[in-house]
Write a protein that binds this ligand. Structure first.
Ligand code: MLT
Length: 265
């Protein structure tokens, strides 16, 4: 199976930190964290296959891109960038689903994990059916239709009320994303395996971050997830729904920094 050549940001020097965006977004969701961490880390932030500036293969929309294929793309990208040391893999939501596959297939490339507003469980039968239906409809209805469906689920009430520009900038990213890339990711997520059995086996420093009002990967579910990972640390971010890196950027950046400092020693 061939990998896609990803477009990515590669900036700064030091311990490599890989920031992996969620669905249906791109690397721009990490702009605050990139600007901060690049002062003393090498930060790599890719656009996953089909998102942002990365191309989608011809057959990908119809067959879907599996979380395992996204993970292989990232491993190839790290080789292409000449990244020698293991990376701190920070995966947001779908980026976290990719992290489980990256761990399973490319463990030697990992120094630590950050799991941000994500889940270990697979979709329920209902959720899977709904995703596959949406994948069939997205070409007809367009990316703006996906943005309309997703925005209410992505943000806390306080962000929607007080920072509409944050909401609008994420909505813009979704509107710009190609319906084919959206369909491909939906199919890949629908068929992703249950990664819950992996949790107790994780043998890396792990940080779990969740927005206190996350409606997609809830605080309760992420707390349980962190309790299942040996030695994992949990940070709950206030005034944030699902989009913690954008809704409360300083809290997420501080959590990342404190974790990176801790695992340095
Ligand atoms: C994401 O933010 O990546 C998605 O909401 C994940 C999902 O739909 O399960």
């Amino acid at each position: 199976m061939s990998t896609a050549k990803l477009s990515f940001t590669d900036t700064g020097e030091g311990r490599p930190v890989l920031l992996v965006h969620g669905y249906p977004l791109d690397r721009t969701m990490w702009s605050t964290q990139i600007a901060d961490l690049t002062r003393d880390h090498r930060v790599l932030a890719p656009d996953l296959r089909g998102f942002g500036d990365s191309p989608l293969g011809e057959a990908d929309a119809a067959k879907g891109v599996s979380m395992s294929e996204y993970a292989d793309d990232l491993a190839a990208m790290l080789d292409q960038a000449g990244v020698k040391g293991p990376v701190v893999f920070c995966g947001f939501s779908m980026g976290g689903y990719v992290a489980w596959q990256f761990y399973a297939k490319h463990r030697e490339k990992l120094a630590a994990l950050v799991l941000c507003d994500t889940r270990a469980a697979a979709d329920t039968d209902d959720a899977r059916a709904k995703r596959l239906e949406t994948a069939q409809q997205v070409n007809e209805h367009g990316s703006g239709w996906i943005a309309e469906q997703m925005i209410p689920k992505l943000f806390s009430e306080v962000t929607r009320r007080e920072r509409p520009e944050v909401v609008e900038s994420i909505a813009d990213v979704i509107r710009r994303t190609s319906p084919d890339a959206i369909a491909a990711a939906l199919r890949g997520m629908a068929h992703r395996p249950d990664s819950t059995p992996l949790l107790a086996k994780l043998d890396l420093p792990t940080l779990v971050i969740v927005g206190d009002e996350d409606a997609i990967s809830t605080r309760t579910e992420m707390t349980q997830m962190s309790q299942s990972i040996p030695g994992a640390e949990l940070v709950v971010v206030n005034n944030a729904g699902h989009m913690t890196p954008n809704e409360n950027p300083p809290a997420v950046t501080t959590a990342l920094r404190e974790f990176l400092e801790k695992i340095q020693t």
